[in-house]
Design a protein around this ligand. Structure first.
Ligand code: FO1
Length: 318
């Protein structure tokens, strides 16, 4: 059995641990968002790929949800002492090794997919980790500059980390997406999948960015298996991250129903066959099999049960 999961960072990584637990023995492929990627201090950083790799490889700092467990920050402090900006982005000493290896391989001409496979050799995440694209796609956020009041584009990381998404976003721009192609293996994996799952990641800047790569949306729609999404919105609020800050920007209601309708029914030209919403949340998504199940990934068992419900909605018994 081959399960393909579209994923962003923290929520996606946690959901993937549940899929692995629920479908032991299945081949699992994660198609991961690279729109959060950024170059800092000359190093290429891939937050969502690293969060999935560290989480599934048991190296993640659970409390932060990003970066390494047992991290130290000596280099970060030294950089700050030099006044080397940006000082607002936390680069841990252990995490830096990942960025150094990745940057050296990229500079040597290896595509991101090869770099990711090489890094995953060490971490053994238990899933095939595929960047959504080998071409650079970066999410930038257009805000009204507080000083000048004029529109200005910030890299997503500056908006999210430096400003904690406090600056109202006018729009999100995925720089480079028009020239991007699905990464190696992505289209084949999607088309041949026995189930395609949308992790409860940010529907705009994570899942939305993946779907925005030309060719990926069509590959999902052409999937052999059923397409099942998991709502990142519970009772009108985002469980983690900032989905509730992003959805209004693209005109989507901050509700499980709103996001489900945003993805749309595969039968009507959209993407979903089924949509999981939290117990107690009502959602009507025409043409989509909506199921209310507990969505809180509050423990490994709860996460496994959520994944099991998603696979059940996909019509495959794990
Ligand atoms: N998130 C923060 O809130 N503060 C940070 O300083 C920070 C540093 C960082 C470094 C490497 C990395 O892979 C992720 C990092 N993140 C940080 C998380 C990152 O902004 C998010 O994981 C995603 O980009 C949003 O999903």
């Amino acid at each position: 059995m081959h399960i393909v999961v579209l994923a962003g960072g923290v929520g996606g990584a946690r959901f993937l641990t549940g899929v692995l637990a629920a479908a032991s023995g299945a081949e699992v492929t994660a198609v991961v968002n690279t729109g959060d990627d950024v170059t800092m201090h000359g190093l290429r950083i891939c937050p969502d790929l690293d969060t999935v790799m560290y989480t599934l490889g048991d190296g993640i700092d659970e409390e932060r949800g990003w970066g390494r467990r047992g991290e130290s920050w000596v280099v970060k402090e030294e950089l700050a002492t030099y006044g080397a900006e940006p000082t607002w982005f936390g680069l841990g000493d252990r995490d830096l090794a990942t960025h150094l290896v990745r940057t050296r391989m990229l500079d040597a001409g290896y595509p991101l997919s090869d770099v990711t496979a090489a890094l995953a050799q060490r971490w053994q995440p238990g899933v095939r980790l595929l960047p959504m694209s080998d071409q650079r796609v970066e999410t930038h956020v257009v805000v009204d500059d507080p000083e000048t009041g004029r529109p200005r584009a910030l890299h997503f990381q500056e908006w999210w980390v430096r400003h904690r998404a406090a600056l109202d976003a006018r729009s999100f721009v995925q720089v480079g997406v028009d020239d991007a192609r699905p990464g190696p293996g992505v289209v084949e994996a999607l088309r041949s999948a026995d189930a395609v799952l949308f992790a409860p990641s940010n529907p705009v800047v994570s899942i939305g960015t993946v779907l925005g790569v030309p060719g990926i949306r069509d590959a999902v729609r052409a999937a052999t298996g059923r397409v099942v999404g998991v709502s990142p919105i519970v009772d009108g609020a985002a469980l983690r991250g900032m989905a509730d800050r992003c959805l209004p920007v693209v005109g989507v209601e901050v509700s499980a129903q709103g996001v489900g309708r945003h993805y749309g029914a595969r039968a009507d030209g959209g993407l979903l066959d089924a949509w999981l919403v939290h117990t107690g949340d009502a959602a009507s998504v025409p043409g989509v099999d909506v199921r209310a199940v507990p969505l809180l990934m509050s423990s490994p068992a709860a996460t496994r049960e959520l994944a099991r419900a998603a696979l059940d909605a996909a019509g495959i018994a794990p």
